[in-house]
Design a protein around this ligand. Structure first.
Ligand code: URA
Length: 413
């Protein structure tokens, strides 16, 4: 690899000039290998944050991050492989509903998910609230289950895009997360390295999301699709609202129960609609003739959910078990009558975290039973004294503060 002087590249971006793919690759590789110090990478990221990157630069950044680690290959397994990613929501249990719908339609999905941090939940934490569920499978088990059940739902395997991991951690502490080219290359590097042919990205928009406006979300969508094209992958996007929690449940077992209710055809409208929209986009992009809504209504997706969970060691009866409830429960009541004019979904997520459903630090333990079930949604009328939400926790001492925080997240007008 040609050697460059890092300050020349940083200065070029500072002066709003276009970088070559080699220059970008040099910075990313040197940083991943520990040869470029944090302060130079941070300075480069801030220059990108301020001056942006065009489509070629963004594709080069993505490629450098893809090539920094393992690249998974499922090409020996017949059929279209699909993947879905969400930019991070509160109460987002779509994977648990979507993957079984796709499996029933004949689309193969290796769904690798992460753990939750901050106000967003992680699908792996949700799955681990099912007793016995194994989120780590061997390569042989993954291949076998893909052939027999069309899907696995697991934690990340291997070393996918380590450059993104390192750069994302630096962005987090240098105020450079909210950059569309950096977000687009970060997301796509992981999805491309995971080997899917068809990728749908659920771009969250609203108070609880990185993208606060539709204009930003549309620009991110354009970038993601463009990167997909440059790698020969079919990429589509949906826009999921984060002006409220998705569905009613926030918290691990509570969300798995809501996902199961959705698979039984009794799920909340917003969650059901979003899952069907994503599923149909993937089915269409995979050129399969199937109707996602019909699959859900037929009970086939519910059947696949049961088979996938059981194959991965999960005890299905532990989901509905009425004895598995948090010991401390508090109803949060409306202080006055009115309409719910706004919901700060991020704050609802943080409140669930306080109750034990999430982590503030990477090493924190999760309480699978903790969380919140909202009783009201954005736009609903409420009477004074009516229940807005119910809090669940194993830690009684946090209930008073959690109640105050939750009430502050609901704007009653
Ligand atoms: N999600 C990602 O994976 N990367 C970002 O930069 C933002 C959201």
């Amino acid at each position: 690899m040609k050697t460059y002087i890092p300050t020349d590249i940083i200065a070029k971006k500072r002066d709003k000039k276009q970088l070559t793919a080699e220059e970008i690759r040099f910075l990313v590789d040197s940083y991943t290998d520990g040869l470029l110090p944090d302060y130079q990478m941070a300075s480069f990221l801030m220059a990108v944050y301020l001056n942006g990157m065009n489509d070629e630069e963004t594709a080069a950044m993505t490629e450098a991050m893809v090539n920094s680690g393992d690249i998974l290959d499922f090409s020996e397994i017949e059929g279209i492989k699909a993947d879905k990613h969400s930019t991070g929501g509160v109460g987002d249990k779509t994977t648990l509903v979507l993957v079984p719908i796709l499996a029933a339609a004949g689309v193969k999905t290796v769904k690798m998910s992460g753990r939750g941090l901050g106000f967003t939940g992680g699908t792996i934490d949700k799955l681990q609230s099912i007793k016995g569920y194994r989120t780590a499978l061997t390569e042989e088990e993954i291949h076998r289950q893909l052939r027999t059940l069309n899907a696995v739902m697991i934690g990340a395997t291997g070393d996918i895009a380590p450059a993104d991991k390192k750069i994302y951690a630096l962005r987090d502490v240098t105020a450079t997360v909210e950059s569309i080219p950096l977000i687009a290359s970060s997301i796509m590097s992981k999805k491309i390295a995971c080997g899917a042919d068809v990728i749908v990205i659920d771009i969250k928009v609203g108070s609880g999301a990185f993208m606060k406006t539709m204009a930003e979300a549309e620009e991110l969508s354009r970038r993601l699709i463009k990167i997909g094209e440059s790698f020969g992958r079919r990429v589509d996007t949906v826009f999921g609202s984060m002006d409220d929690v998705l569905g009613y449940a926030v918290g691990n077992l509570l969300e798995v129960r809501e996902a199961l209710e959705t698979l039984r055809g009794r799920g909340p409208r917003d969650l059901t609609d979003l899952c069907l929209e994503i599923a149909q986009k993937i089915i269409d992009a995979a050129d399969i003739k199937a109707d996602a809504a019909e699959i859900l209504a037929s009970g086939k997706a519910l059947e696949y959910f049961g088979k996938i969970v059981t194959a991965q060691g999960g005890d299905l009866s532990s989901i509905d078990d009425p004895n598995r409830n948090a010991p401390f429960v508090r109803e949060v009541k409306a202080p006055k009558s009115g309409t719910i004019a706004a919901v700060n979904a991020a704050e609802v997520g943080m409140t669930a975290g306080m109750l034990g459903a999430g982590r503030l630090r990477k090493e924190d333990e999760i309480d699978p039973l903790a969380g919140i079930t909202a009783a009201k949604k954005l736009g609903d009328e409420v009477k004074a004294g009516e229940v807005i939400a119910v809090l669940y926790t194993s830690n009684e001492s946090v209930l008073d503060d959690a109640e105050k925080r939750l009430l502050a997240a609901y704007d009653l007008k």
